[in-house]
Write a protein that binds this ligand. Structure first.
Ligand SMILES: Nc1nc2c(ncn2[C@@H]2O[C@H](COP(=O)(O)OP(=O)(O)OP(=O)(O)O)[C@@H](O)[C@H]2O)c(=O)[nH]1
Ligand SMILES: [Mg+2]
Ligand SMILES: [Zn+2]
Length: 291
């Protein structure tokens, strides 16, 4: 059976890349019954129908699966956040990171539109908070080219996904890395200070040097999947590494005595805003579980 990888999904069609070219496929009906659906990034087997077309009949087991944005088998997620237009939202960044950690992907943070910020201390505060938490952080501007090559290096030799709010500059960054992509980009609305959802589909793009990236539509909200409260602190690397030194196993780092995480927050080793977001997410997760 011919095989390939789904590189794009648009209104019920799956574009499967094979050595012999792309094949436009529909999915076999049985997937619907099983409540399964092929995803971009999936390795699939298909039955050819007419030249260039086929039907996906088999989905290979996924190594990883991200539901927002929906993509399978990526190794690394690049969370893209702008300093301005739209304004930096740390809570949303932390939400994205929890999702990514929960799915076991490597995370990289790209802070965009550096050219719109005059105050260097704003950049430093954010960068330091996340570097200390254990993340790779790349500050970029497509106007000055800052950070573009560094980002490109981090993308080589693997499949990554760009995730982030609409308008933060995901597609613009990809164009800066490889101008021939000519992805459509959109102005940020002045009035609403929000992106206009310019990218409509998840699509895997070839960057050369063995690098592949999925550009994805932006979104502004993100709820958590069902998870245990103890899973949540494991999604914060700086808490995960300190938790073994808490007095209690399963410590949720709230009011427990001899909590190493709280001590680290008090000493400024863990970013206070990230810790506040953690507590808020913990509340959300326990509220979820009550229904
Ligand atoms: N000043 C400045 N503007 C940028 C930069 N990067 C992107 N922009 C602008 O930000 C706007 C949105 O960029 P896009 O690349 O379309 O954003 P996106 O994240 O792909 O948005 P969606 O596809 O809607 O999710 C465009 O007007 C870009 O020109 C940057 O580094 N500096
Ligand atoms: Mg886009
Ligand atoms: Zn603790």
């Amino acid at each position: 059976m011919p095989e390939g990888r789904i590189i794009r999904a648009v209104s019920g069609f799956f574009y499967v890349r094979t050595d012999e070219g792309d094949v436009q496929c529909r999915a076999r009906g049985v997937f619907k019954k099983k409540k399964q659906s092929p995803m971009v990034g999936d390795w699939v087997g298909f039955e050819p129908t007419v030249p260039g077309e086929g039907i996906v009949t088999e989905i290979r087991p996924r190594e990883t699966e991200l539901l927002r944005p929906p993509i399978a088998n990526v190794e690394q997620a690049v969370v893209v956040c702008s300093f301005k237009e739209p304004d930096f939202r740390q809570e949303l960044l932390d939400r994205f990171l929890v999702h990514i950690e929960h799915e076991g992907l490597d995370a990289l943070i790209s802070l965009t539109k550096r050219d719109l910020v005059d105050d260097e201390s704003v950049i430093d505060r954010i960068r330091t908070a996340y570097v200390r938490a254990g993340y790779r952080v790349i500050v970029t501007s497509v106007h000055t080219g800052e950070g573009v090559e560094e980002l490109q290096r981090e993308l080589s030799g693997k499949l990554s996904v760009f995730a982030g709010q609409s308008g933060v500059g995901k597609s613009s960054l990809l164009n800066a890395i490889l101008p021939s992509l000519r992805l459509t980009t959109g102005e940020v609305s002045r009035k609403l200070k929000r992106g206009r959802h310019t990218t409509r589909h998840v699509e895997i793009l070839e960057l050369g040097k063995g690098g592949q990236v999925a550009d994805t539509p932006g979104f502004n909200q993100l709820n958590f999947p069902m998870m245990e409260p103890t899973d949540l602190s494991a999604c914060f690397p700086e808490m995960r590494s300190r938790a073994p030194e808490c007095r209690f196993r399963g410590c949720l780092h709230q009011n427990e005595p001899d909590c190493r995480v709280r001590t680290a927050v008090e000493h400024g080793e863990i970013d206070a805003a990230r810790y506040r977001n953690y507590l808020q997410f913990l509340q959300e997760i326990s509220d979820q579980r009550r229904y």
